[in-house]
Design a protein around this ligand. Sequence first.
Ligand code: SAM
Length: 207
Amino acid sequence: MQEYKAQLEQQLSALKIAADQHQVDSLLAYLALLVKWNKAYNLTAVRDPAEMVTRHLVDSLSILPWIGEGRLIDVGSGPGLPGIPLAIMRPELDVTTLDSNGKKTRFQNQVKLELGLSNLDVIHGRVEQCDKGPYEQIVSRAFASLADMLNWTGHLCSDQGVFLAMKGLYPEAELNQLPPGYALKACHRLDLPDTDGERHLLILGRA
Ligand SMILES: C[S@@+](CC[C@H](N)C(=O)[O-])C[C@H]1O[C@@H](n2cnc3c(N)ncnc32)[C@H](O)[C@@H]1O
């Protein structure tokens, strides 16, 4: 995957994200496993490795500036997005990824093993039934409506914890249907290199 190294470094640098050599190598090793396993297990509809760099690795890391210190869980993580790239870039942070699809969590466990990600915990199960936590940061990408996300994950969130939802277009209608007791704290437009279409990060918490 060395042929994608320059693209990855360029796009991270455009986002002002500093990655050391070990982190770049780990991101490329994750990309190689994703490409390999995707052929047999259909983990993502994105098949082209160059597109995976932009739409999966760099997109996942575009929220890095808003990731804090407390325990983090990525719900509906699929093949580990954004949780695995975040765990690679923040080795001191406890990162949990959770998905109900067994072949996706098996893939994630293989990545954990091959990359030696000791800060990553992979859970196979439905988020509504998860009794781990509390977590200070609950992250999701392409997972559910904001209302469903809050209803399904509220029990996992510490009192001062935040929900970070990665969305495409600004989800005005979803924001009008938040469950009682929750409020939007901040919204950031994510400016990704080499992509069209809008990306937003919504940060929600208890009102
Ligand atoms: C569209 S995929 C997104 C995967 C990944 N976050 C990404 O951005 O590529 C949604 C994922 O959520 C998982 N999922 C859906 N409902 C779930 C639930 N209630 N509990 C846990 N995982 C769930 C699915 O198995 C699927 O892998």
